[in-house]
Design a protein around this ligand. Structure first.
Ligand code: KIV
Ligand code: NA
Length: 275
């Protein structure tokens, strides 16, 4: 497993860090076989797996349920689990107990929280408790309904300055890594220079220290529209659709099952059965 120290070294030496989301056991097994550096059980779970319209419906129990499955499939890959909407808003005591629960029950190596400002306290609290924290800046899906939806962040000088300040504050609060979502590539370049912790980008261009993609986008699994910044590297959806259609057809036409799929009892038992 790559440690945080190892990933900081990768940043220093310009070796790209590869991160992807996973939500279940088989995906985790595949990812570990492909030597992915970091697995993220993202709260994108809500949309791509559970069919909700946004991430705000995802609960800590959902994260635990899926986080455990991913851990079982990838015991030797750095595992990050999102703290979902609702868990890290509230009293510091409640935040801490929910975070400890998700951390312990999933066996994650770090938890991810969205935002800066009041979230900086949470980053500091969790870190000082011994829970490594990945920060998440730029587009923040959990608060997109307040901040004006899913669009590119940090495009003006002021907004970019705020993002740079936030990144430094996240690092000071103890964050071990920062995910940045949907920001101009020039800003990503500045961000990677501004902090010593790895910057992992999604929709943030090539300058980031690493990249993260949602599993369902990267293998094209699902009916959803691919965001501009994503790329599909295979077409799982097509293969799955073909498989299900072929199965449907085979059952209806009597092609499946055939001799190879059935079990046989001895003739003498049949005779006994009929008396
Ligand atoms: O939930 C998620 O998948 C994420 C990534 C987009 C970084 O937070
Ligand atoms: Na997320």
């Amino acid at each position: 497993m790559k440690t945080i120290t190892e990933m900081k070294r990768m940043k220093t030496e310009g070796e790209k860090i590869v991160m992807m989301t996973a939500y279940d056991f088989p995906t985790a097994v595949f990812a570990e076989k492909s030597d992915v550096d970091i697995l993220l059980v993202g709260d994108s779970l809500g949309m791509v797996v559970l069919g909700y319209p946004s991430t705000v419906y995802v609960t800590a129990d959902d994260m635990v349920h899926h986080g455990k499955a991913v851990r079982r499939g990838a015991k030797d890959t750095f595992l990050v689990v999102d703290l979902p909407f609702g868990t890290f808003r509230g009293s510091q005591d409640r935040i801490l107990s929910e975070a400890i629960r998700v951390f312990q029950e999933t066996g994650a190596d770090a938890l991810k929280v969205e935002g800066a400002d009041e979230v900086l306290n949470t980053i500091q609290l969790l870190t000082s408790t011994g829970i490594p924290v990945v920060a998440h800046l730029g587009l923040l899906p959990q608060s997109a309904s307040v901040s004006g939806g899913y669009k590119v962040q940090g495009k003006t000088a002021d907004a970019a300055r705020k993002l740079l300040d936030d990144a430094e504050l996240c690092e000071q609060a103890g964050a071990c890594m920062i995910v940045v979502e949907c920001i101009p590539h020039q800003l990503t370049k500045q961000l990677t220079k501004a902090v010593n912790i790895p910057i992992i980008g999604i929709g943030a261009g090539a300058a980031a220290d690493g990249q993260v993609l949602v599993f369902h986008d990267l293998v094209k699994y699902g009916e959803h529209r691919l965001p501009k910044f994503a790329e599909s590297f295979s077409d799982a959806g097509k293969v799955i659709q073909e498989g299900i259609s072929a199965y449907t057809n085979a059952v209806r036409t009597g092609i499946f099952p055939d001799m190879r799929h059935q079990f046989t009892m001895k003739e003498e038992e049949l005779v006994n059965l009929y008396g």
